[in-house]
Design a protein around this ligand. Sequence first.
Ligand code: NI
Length: 177
Amino acid sequence: MAVKPVRRMGDPVLLARAQPVGDVPSAALEALVQDMRDTMAALDGAGLAAPQIGVPLRVVIFGVQANPRYPHVAEVPMTVLINPVVEPLSSEEEEDWEGCLSVPGLRGLVPRYHRIRYRGVDATGQPIDREAEGFHARVVQHECDHLDGILYPMRIRDLRHFGYETILFPQGVGGPD
Ligand code: NI
């Protein structure tokens, strides 16, 4: 149980395809998930993928609590998702601003599917099968991209919409990482 250093863009582990988790549950998986929770909480992130702390396994966590200071940010249930499968439920896409703990200080306008279905198991092996839309769907797509070596800047269509958070949003943050 520890806050781990977050790997930053340029580190090869962020570009690799992560491997499926074989045993669920396991003590090793439990320890990994706890490290991820501790690290995400310390950095006030909305999500984290195992490769971001240097572990090339298909594990993501995410969650956003309702916060009256950010009424435009929707609540996302705290979730541990292992061996995820994500599929779009329609071809409809929308663009919105994203950040990433591995790309600190920057924001970009990223297209994502509006509605998705995602499946996997939690750390106890219980199946997860949900439909999500909007910000919830965006967070899941962002985190699961990490498992395939994709960082959000790779998905920006117009790099004029990529820059420093303090310059883009001098009045305050556009949304959580
Ligand atoms: Ni990220």
